[in-house]
Ligand binder design. Sequence first.
Ligand code: FES
Length: 575
Amino acid sequence: MTNRKRPEELRSHRWLGVSDLRSFGHRSRLRQVGYDTADWAGKPVIGIINTWSDINPCHVHLRQRADEVKRGVLQAGGFPIELPAMSLAEVMVKPTTMLYRNFLAMETEELLRSHPIDGAVLLGGCDKTSPALVMGAASMGLPTIYVPAGPMLRGNWHGKQLGSGSDVWKYWDEKRAGNITEADWDEIENGIARSFGTCMTMGTAATMMAIVEAMGLALPGASSIPAADSNHPRMAVACGRRIVDMVWEDLTTDQILTRPAMENAIKVHMAMGGSTNAIIHVIAMAKRAGVDVTLADFDKISREVPVIANVRPSGKYLMEDFFYAGGLRALMAELRDLLDLTCMTVTGQTLGENIKGAKVHLPDVIHPVSDPISSEPATGVLIGNLAPRGAVIKPSAVEKRLLKHRGPALVFEDYNHMAREIDREDLDVTADHVLVLKNSGPKGGPGMPEWGMMPIPTKLVKQGVRDMLRISDARMSGTSYGACILHVSPESYVGGPLAFVQTGDAIEVDVAARTINLVVSDEEMARRKAAWTPPPPRYQRGYGAMFSEHIGQADEGCDFDFLARHVPVAEPEIH
Ligand code: FES
């Protein structure tokens, strides 16, 4: 290739290739580790950003995968350097990992900028890690490849397949209704997470891994490989080899993360029946790449691309089945006529070339576009006087009777209020009520926790009710399901109209018309607004205070205002 970079054009050359006082320090300290000139001279330095941690079960294999990436880098003549980063274990980090997504994004960007790195390998997969890594890498703009952590194996209980999250909610309701025993519940706890890897339903992790691959940042098919499959380490080694060539080819993120690539990613999201969380993350990643993606793009594409992946919570199977069915390459081959196949990817080839020859092997797992698994789309964007800047719903995972609904509001001022009330046998609630949860958005949560799938009141669970209309400014887990309207913008904590809803107010939702309205007069809303006092920021110091001050609303992608600016940052001076 004629435009291959020369060694002295490598970014790391400024640290390692020159002859001055500082470079003496850099090299002598590499020698301290046991490296020699042969390790680095004239070689691309590859930074492996690793979100491994003992407390992140989804990433517990990434220590091993980093070694496999290193093997690939060495095979191709590069110099691998592993850089640990915040792990963001979804189920462990409180109050919510979303509070720290931008922290990891910032850490990724600055790790790459401040070190002598020529190309980046991103190791992640648990919900917020994929968008955070991509946001940081896109802002830095080096050649970058993503190694998805991969889904864990299928869960098992009494011969039934268990899905992460989805079956937790399902069997929790059965337990509350008295249909399963304490011993059953204990066995489910032992059977639902059987190997390392991410949640294996179409939760946020599986959605985001697929989306990042669809954007062109992963090797073809990488996102579908189960973490415990031997294809997974081979994929990691291949990523190590490929990133070295990407550096020589100067194949940077801006050549991959284009507007058509983002549209491809949204189309894949819809076809997968992906997590609603992806909406926030795609908007944020696109902004970092200088591409303007809005809720309107999601709404438009949701009307064009049906759900064809038959995976829970919208469908019936799990990610392991999706892999056996042909994985993301096969799904994208089914979508071929809807995608922009000319987009460049990390392979140095176009998306069209990457999916050439891909076929669906299990047609009930990946349906043809002509026979979708649901007549409803994966995402609906609702607008109205209750959500002037938008709210979202996952119509494919909703009981049909609730897609058009009018009912009285039952309002909870915050999560603790809801938790205190929801099990009361004398709660004044019917299946027609609309549960409303306030103060759960980006500033109010804080961090916009996954509280949007409010539990059905125990009294109603016992009567057999399994779905109700629920509205909040929170998010919900991608493994959740039901008539949950989420991401109401602006949020109640900053005085969005949700703040002024009162128990008994009528709420009207029409998903087909994409509307959400509070049936209260403008005059009454103005009166309530005038009587409202803004609450103080949730944090007075530390990272939380910075978060409170700079976080954007859900419709903007929840990035920090100072990170979302698409302006160049100077390379560090070396003195
Ligand atoms: Fe890590 Fe679900 S908890 S992906």
